[in-house]
Design a protein around this ligand. Structure first.
Ligand code: FPP
Length: 235
């Protein structure tokens, strides 16, 4: 089976740039080009949902010039990619604490979300200023409020209700989670949504990640699925 939902931690932009003696921001520019190619390929492969970790809440601790360069890049890239997303029938959504983002980026994100809301070829979600624990805290607040308002009895709190209170409520569970750059951590990315995901870690830095690497990760997922099928059949 192909993965329905792929999530990617795009890591290694800074190291890629530094290894070439270039400013870190250059790594993000190169990374943005890879995003375009990977989005296109995922759609061609029939992936229904692609979720990309673009900026974590921890990333706010970076030097302000790098943060500014990244925010500018997100906005420029969204504006530039908008026609292409629409032509490919890709719906864009954003998760994360958008209140912290620069107002013009917030406005651009909202506009592209609105314009692409009805598109169904693939659902692309960008996690920007996202942290899974914070998202769970917000979910708990929503559920507690429902209990406090008398709309819900604590005994009725179950998995569907919890998953529905998360910002990813429109997305299915993650099937395949990829992280580049050799790091083997989840770093707070979709902790509940990816708790049954197959994990693929690659040493490639994100700017070097290719569509063939995406294909290979999908193949790895399919191989693991086949093994799982055999185990189940044998038991
Ligand atoms: C991690 O590399 C990457 C980021 C913090 C930013 C991700 C952004 C992009 C791929 C660019 C554009 C994205 C979109 C959605 C248009 P790092 O800087 O942490 O690398 P390092 O670990 O080598 O320092």
């Amino acid at each position: 089976m192909n993965p329905t939902h792929i999530a990617i931690i795009m890591d290694g932009n800074g190291r890629w740039a530094e290894s070439r003696g270039e400013p870190r921001a250059q790594g993000h520019v190169a990374g943005a080009e890879v995003v375009r190619q990977v989005v296109r390929r995922a759609r061609e492969r029939g992936v229904g949902h692609l979720t990309l970790f673009a900026f974590s809440t921890m990333n706010w601790g970076r030097p302000s010039d790098e943060i500014r360069a990244l925010m500018d890049l997100f906005e420029r890239d969204l504006i530039a990619q908008r026609p292409d997303l629409m032509a490919q029938g890709i719906r864009l959504s954003v998760i994360g604490e958008r209140a912290y983002l620069p107002p013009s980026l917030r406005a651009t994100l909202a506009r592209v979300e609105e314009e692409t809301a009805g598109l169904t070829q693939m659902h692309l979600t960008l996690a920007v200023s996202y942290d899974g624990r914070r998202d769970m805290v917000e979910a708990m607040k929503r559920v507690s409020q429902m209990v406090a308002d008398g709309q819900l009895h604590p005994a009725d709190v179950g998995e569907p209700l919890l998953m529905n209170a998360l910002s990813t409520r429109d997305l299915p569970d993650v099937d395949l989670l990829i992280r580049t750059s050799g790091e083997q951590r989840l770093s707070g990315f979709l902790p509940l949504e990816a708790c049954y995901a197959e994990l693929v870690f690659t040493p490639r830095l994100w700017p070097e990640f290719t569509v063939e690497d995406l294909d290979e990760a999908i193949e790895e997922f399919r191989r693991r699925q086949r093994r799982f099928g055999l185990t189940r059949a044998a038991s």
